[in-house]
Design a protein around this ligand. Structure first.
Ligand SMILES: [Zn+2]
Length: 310
């Protein structure tokens, strides 16, 4: 449960020589003092500072990163390098580069904003499969960001057993952070009407109103559905979205398209506890998190008991 929070506490314990249980007690005391206005992760950062645990001099594992961390150092292998992108924002234009960095605990997207860093990628000095050392980076929305105060350079440290798949952590909704890949047990408390849209059969991207794909031109579009609902696990609730492929696991095409059948199905789901796995995403329009469901199933009581007994 809450894998990275636990690892952060262990990290603080190692760096300070104070026991894990004592650190947990300090964190709870700090939160109580601040009337719960600070998250557990935030309180852990404050305790780390009070105990003089410095993230600056140590290499952090990717599974240990939590929102708000600053001045952190990492070593990892680039497993997916994205093309350098140009952007224009508020009349200013610039470039941004990103890649997925992996170590032996996890993998995370890394975003570069500094022209000198971006040049290393544009000129092919840093490529896919490069092992890189990053210093003085910070965590934003679950991603690692490098500013002009950060450094990135090639490393000849051997990287073994790197984690290519994104590990899934079990979390309660109140602890969801954007870009988390998480699994949770929650009740469906609201369900909205399904919405339909058309995609290109080749690349699965949305087509224009006249059925044209930006890349593949005029195509015979495929009809797809999405369903929004709200999940609540008692700690918090989150707006969730589920798309066609996954949606078909719990609802047939007929049930989605026929209003009466849908109404029956909806009634069936309301108040039902489900196990969901997916990705937490920041919805920038509403400035809140939403959950993109990648797998959904009913709670299997037998399996749950088996797991609890272990
Ligand atoms: Zn297409």
């Amino acid at each position: 449960m809450e894998g990275n929070y636990q690892q952060l506490i262990e990290f603080i314990s190692e760096g300070s020589g104070v026991s894990v249980s004592e650190i947990e007690r300090k964190i709870e005391a700090k939160r109580a003092k601040l009337a719960g206005l600070i998250s557990k992760e935030g309180a852990a950062q404050v305790i780390a500072a009070e105990l003089n645990v410095n993230f600056d001099k140590q290499i952090i594992k990717l599974s240990q990163i939590v929102p708000g961390m600053r001045k952190i150092n990492l070593i990892g292998k680039i497993i997916n390098l994205f093309p350098v992108r140009e952007y224009t924002k508020n009349g200013r234009s610039g470039r941004v580069a990103s890649f997925v960095l992996a170590d032996d605990t996890s993998n995370t997207r890394v975003v570069l904003w500094d022209e000198n860093h971006i040049d290393l990628i544009a000129k092919g000095q840093i490529t896919n499969e490069s092992v890189v050392e990053i210093t003085n980076s910070s965590v934003r929305n679950g991603e690692i960001h490098l500013s002009s105060f950060s450094e990135i350079k090639l490393s000849n440290k051997p990287m073994e057993n790197i984690v290519v798949e994104r590990p899934v952590f079990e979390k309660t909704i109140v602890n969801f952070n954007s870009n988390d890949k998480v699994s949770a047990r929650a009740f469906v408390v609201r369900m909205f009407e399904p919405r339909f849209f058309e995609v290109c059969p080749e690349c699965r991207r949305k087509v224009s109103e006249v059925g044209e794909c930006q890349e593949h031109g005029k195509v015979a579009p495929e009809k797809r559905a999405l369903l929004n609902f709200i999940m609540d696990d008692g700690t918090d609730s989150i707006r969730s979205v589920i798309f066609s492929d996954v949606l078909e696991k719990i609802m047939s095409k007929e049930e989605l398209e026929n209003q009466e059948l849908f109404a029956v199905k909806k009634k069936d789901f309301l108040g039902k506890e489900m196990i969901v796995t997916g990705q937490v995403r920041k919805n920038s329009m509403f400035d809140n998190n939403e959950f993109v469901v990648e797998d959904i199933g009913e709670v299997d009581i037998d399996k749950l008991i088996e797991k609890l007994e272990k």
